[in-house]
Design a protein around this ligand. Sequence first.
Ligand code: BTN
Length: 267
Amino acid sequence: MYSEHLDLTMLNDLLKTQQVGRGATPNEVWDEIDSTNTRAADIAAANGTHGVIVAARQQTAGRGRQGRTWVSPPDAGLYISFLLRPHVALTELPLISLATGTATASALLQACGVSAQLKWVNDIVCEGRKLGGILAELPQRDALVIGIGINLIEVDRPEELRNKATSVQAITGGVPDVNALAAALALEIERAYLLLESRERTQILNEWRTKSATLGKDVRAVIGNETISGTAIDIDRDGSLIVRTAHGDRTLHAGEVSVRAADGSYS
Ligand code: BTN
């Protein structure tokens, strides 16, 4: 079964999960929506169940990290959010971001044959350009929304993104099966979430390390007025990035910093 665009029946048919996309609250695929993360938060507020999938063919107000816009033209990307009801301490949640990155890279390999890497904290990169991103939000104490955007098709991008972004089409030369990718992503998210619940931190961290585009690289991070330059040497048990500087090791926490390669390039 194949459809050129995202389709609810097809996505549901392709799901191989036990929990994700299989709760009492139905999954949703929209032709157009403001933001799938916003819609998933609304579903959470209305007592939506664990694992609901919300996806859209187009977003009119897609959101990225640090208040940025996620440009989401029709059928040019996968725009998808998962509502999770975490049974883990909130302190474990930074790890779900890392685990989601690893899950996304695995799904891209399985469904599209794309070998992606992860730029701390959770950008999906390939050949030095951004292929996708993850926006994890906590709209309520007991609801975690994980939003994933993946560029599928080459589109005319704003000038500032032209040399920084890529797509599955640019990498493989082919048009990806978006429903197969969404289903693979659901399965990998479920796997990542189960690892987190079973406290398999080491496995989560090691999987992230093997796919990292950041470790071993010279990086520059800006925290408020301070600029930190050094080599990214590892992530710690909480998923924070450890950077070796001339003045000793510094630990960078997700959310407070924007990390760039030391030469200013994207990855
Ligand atoms: C980033 O800035 O790198 C994160 C981008 C996350 C975009 C996705 S698309 C699906 C979901 N809905 C949103 O509004 N944002 C996320």
